[in-house]
Design a protein around this ligand. Structure first.
Ligand code: SAM
Length: 287
């Protein structure tokens, strides 16, 4: 049975037999290429030695899960769709190292679900639902769990944003935020023909490797994040205008902080790197 889950004819037949439909609202585009699943699972597993547990968000009917279960000691999956859940459970019935939860990953307690054992490494691997890619990545980062890596398939355009560096056209607040969290690497593209149903855009597998040592050390991390968000709040405005309208500080405070940090107030947020955001946030702590 296991390998038949990669055949569109099997998926169509099962949808009909189970009176189910693919749910667009859940971003359901299932992988139908065993080779692509193998490549994603291998790219994830090579980042951490066993014993290790892998968190998979959105297993669908288990295409990637099957491969992950061959590489990890344990795989913990969170799937939101109640309709496909019994089907997913059947497909993985013979994989005792896989634990499935029928729940919204945005509401999950990741630490409780992973129940990390002593000495066990953690990783994340997922073909993410595109409509909630950013909130899911933020939730994973904010969980502060010690992941060795996050190997994620996202839309190509989102991958460019996440991996963007200062000066790149797609550099934004999430690029800066993720650069603070870890190293973001684009691994490989996956064409539309590898999914059922076919999406309209190309996907990219990225790997986020959390930093062991953060690249900067802001005195107040929450303020540092607020400064990053504020600096990108309006794309064509200067950093001075963005901060005065989005940070709830007086114009004098912003001017002084920019001067202390050595940043020209007429620059735009997209020209600032982490050291400058950090200097700016630290200057505002003192204001
Ligand atoms: N992993 C499967 C594959 O590669 O074939 C399916 C990937 S499909 C792009 C995204 C999956 O995420 C779907 O199964 C969808 O139901 C599930 N999903 C969507 N939103 C979710 C959420 N908030 N929490 C958990 N699963 C979610």
């Amino acid at each position: 049975m296991a390998e038949s889950i990669y055949a569109p004819s099997y998926i169509k037949e099962q949808l009909l037999a189970r009176n189910l439909r693919m749910q667009k609202k859940f971003g359901q585009n299932f992988l139908i290429s065993p080779a692509v699943c193998e490549n994603i699972a291998s790219a994830s597993a090579e980042t951490c030695e066993n014993p290790a547990v892998c968190l998979e968000i959105g297993p669908g009917i288990g295409a990637l899960t099957l491969r992950l279960s061959e590489k990890y000691d344990r795989v913990v999956c969170l799937e939101i769709d109640r309709g496909i859940f019994p089907w997913l459970s059947e497909n993985l019935a013979e994989r005792p190292n896989v634990t499935l939860y029928n729940e919204d990953a945005l509401e999950s307690d990741f630490a409780a679900r992973l129940a990390q054992q002593k000495g066990e490494k953690l990783a994340v691997c997922a073909n993410l639902p595109y409509s909630v890619t950013s909130p899911l990545i933020l939730k994973l980062v904010e969980s502060k769990l010690p992941f060795e890596s996050l190997t994620l398939m996202v839309q190509k355009e989102a991958a460019c944003r996440f991996a963007a560096q200062v000066g790149d056209e797609s550099y934004g607040s999430l690029s800066a935020y993720l650069a603070y969290y870890g190293e973001v690497k684009r691994l490989f593209d996956v064409k539309e023909a590898n999914f059922y149903p076919r999406p309209t855009v190309v996907s990219t597998v990225i790997r986020i490797t959390p930093h062991k040592e953060k690249p900067v050390h802001p005195n107040n991390e929450a303020l540092f994040f607020s400064v990053i968000r504020a600096a990108f709040s309006a794309r064509r405005k200067t950093v001075y205008n963005c901060l005065t309208s989005a940070l709830g500080r007086t114009k004098e405070e912003i001017s002084e902080a920019l001067e202390t940090a050595g940043i020209d107030p007429s620059r735009r947020g997209e020209t600032l790197g982490l050291p400058e955001f950090c200097a700016l946030a630290d200057a505002l702590v003192k204001e």
